[in-house]
Design a protein around this ligand. Sequence first.
Ligand code: 5GP
Ligand code: ZN
Length: 123
Amino acid sequence: MDNCLFCKIAEKKIPSTIVYEDDDLLAFKDINPAAPVHLLVIPKKHYATLSACTADDAPLLGKMLALAPKLAAEFGCGVQYGADGEPSGGYKTLINSGPDGGQEVYHLHMHIIGGPHPWRGQR
Ligand code: 5GP
Ligand code: ZN
């Protein structure tokens, strides 16, 4: 897509701090992090929003989602269980879709937001 910021990041025409890459996906650090860990996972193929996806895209969407716990663990915010069985750590996975969903960049992306609280606007 011409003039799409995240297509340009995927094509390395605009620099970003890349943390993961394979044939289908790219993950990089958000330029304006809302929390100590704030990563974005995008498909290399352009989809304007999640609403542009169909059932045929389920494997790609599943791959995006399955990457979240792997990257969260790598960046120190994975979910862990203590000897008492209590969970600690953790992160949010978020896909904003459309104006009312708070989407600003129209290339499908999943936020991975984690790290010790407080985060911007959250406890
Ligand atoms: P949205 O609101 O569309 O779900 O999120 C867009 C995200 O992209 C925001 O968190 C914003 O900080 C991030 N972002 C916008 N422009 C750039 C950029 O040029 N590079 C990087 N790494 N992140 C960006
Ligand atoms: Zn794009």
